[in-house]
Write a protein that binds this ligand. Structure first.
Ligand code: GLU
Length: 417
């Protein structure tokens, strides 16, 4: 996948300023919303399997607390840096506000290549990183969760490390844990369940049927896989899939389970027997009804946006399109489901998980799914309403709603001291 264009955080600030054209908030409030509250950089020494000690750079940015404790995932990736983590923490703040859950925003990460590390090395990295950021995180202050290349097991190690430091179990310190440790049912596919809910609402609005809807999904990690699978099971036709190495295409539709077993046994999508191998840019140029970018930010950029032929774009990833790409897609009339809305299902079920851990009382899967659907549907309707009323695109509308809610909390709390 291509790298994001430079200045990711600057792009988010520009989006916040654009949203303020429809809110006219005082400059002091916009300045506050454009500044992270706390940023921690840590050095994470790890004993590697060959006995060497390697030093990794870790981050945790707590962007804003106005509406509640900070919340957001931890990513392990070679591209992690302070600019990216700050931008993603700002997006978490706005995302939690768009779906109206009582959290601020945070993000963390370690600059490393987890694909080149053993499970033991990743465990030692996770435990030392958790120890280093323990001065900031806590169930009442900042609750981490999975993100790119971190999973349930990583969350279990974080929970264990924090609990050992405290001397008693603290399940509410992280979300996205295994169910056996206080994780929530439905959390693993929550981002995709939420995304599909917003796609279905968009289809109703656009008067398009779900049956036979042609879908292309970029990214075959947790979000991409579950999105493809749920859409396929509901009658859509997933015609294209891509991972970081390449893409596959079949106009008649791909069998998601068969593709998944192929990827498990060969390590990549390419070479799947009932499909044609394409490059990612070639797949992007294939006509479809719904495109789901679900890998990293900057995936849709000025170089490839022009060739995209889709009616709907549902962002499974955080900010997969650059501002320039956004303009191109807007001119083409693509109906956008922005990440702060479309991929918010993950943090919504994280919220449910945190609530269940705090009250030590657990809900069943259908309760989780129906609460998730109702939050996502309400958020979609609110964003659409703003978009129609103010005649603005869905991204600006979602940002307007998020900025308005955070600003309200900032203003009513006032400035300390
Ligand atoms: N990493 C996910 C996101 O970007 C989930 C965050 C969370 O559950 O706290 O929304």
């Amino acid at each position: 996948m291509s790298c994001p264009e430079p200045g990711f955080f600057k792009e988010i600030v520009t989006t916040i300023e654009n949203a303020n054209k429809y809110l006219s908030l005082p400059k002091s409030v916009i300045d506050r919303l454009s500044t992270p509250r706390r940023s921690l950089i840590v050095s994470v020494p790890v004993k590697m399997d060959d006995g060497r000690i390697e030093f990794f750079k870790g981050y945790r940015v707590q962007y804003d607390f106005a509406r509640g404790p900070a919340k957001g995932g931890i990513r392990y990736h070679p591209r992690v840096n302070l600019d990216e983590i700050t931008a993603l923490a700002a997006l978490m703040t706005l995302k939690c506000a768009v779906v109206d859950i009582p959290f601020g925003g945070a993000k963390g990460g370690v600059e490393c290549d987890p694909t080149a590390m053993s499970r033991d090395e990743i465990e030692r990295l996770t435990r030392r990183y958790t120890y280093e950021i323990a001065i900031l995180i806590g169930p009442e202050t900042d609750i981490p969760a999975p993100d790119v290349y971190t999973d349930e097991q990583v969350m279990a190690w974080m929970m264990d490390t924090y609990s050992m430091m405290k001397g008693y179990p603290v399940p509410s310190i992280v979300t996205g844990k295994p169910v056996s440790l206080g994780g929530s049912l439905g959390r693993a596919r929550a981002t995709s369940t939420g995304l599909v809910t917003t796609v279905i609402e968009a289809l109703k609005h656009l008067n398009m049927p779900l049956e036979g809807l042609t879908v292309t999904v970029l990214g075959f990690g947790k979000v991409g896989y579950h999105a493809a699978k749920i859409l396929h099971d509901k009658g859509a036709k997933v015609i294209g899939l891509a991972d970081s190495k390449g893409a596959i295409y079949n106009r008649r539709g791909l069998d998601i389970d068969a593709v998944s077993s192929h990827k498990k046994s060969t390590g990549s999508l390419s070479g799947f027997k009932e499909s044609e191998d394409l490059s990612i840019d070639e797949l992007l140029a294939v006509e479809c009804d719904c495109l789901v970018p679900a890998a990293l930010e900057g995936q849709i950029n000025s170089k490839n946006a022009g060739s995209i032929k889709t009616r709907i774009m549902a962002e499974g990833a955080n900010n997969p399109a650059t501002l320039e790409a956004d303009e191109v897609l807007k001119d083409k009339g693509v109906f956008l489901l922005p990440g702060v809305l479309a991929n918010a299902g993950g943090v919504v079920v994280s919220y449910f998980e945190w609530v269940q851990d705090l009250q030590r009382f657990f809900w069943n899967e259908s309760e989780i799914d129906s609460r998730l659907r109702s939050i996502m549907t309400k958020a979609f309707e609110e964003v659409l309403q703003i978009s129609l009323e103010k005649k603005i695109d869905m991204r600006t509308a979602a940002m307007t709603l998020g900025v308005k809610r955070v600003a309200e909390a900032v203003m009513i709390r006032g400035l300390y001291p």
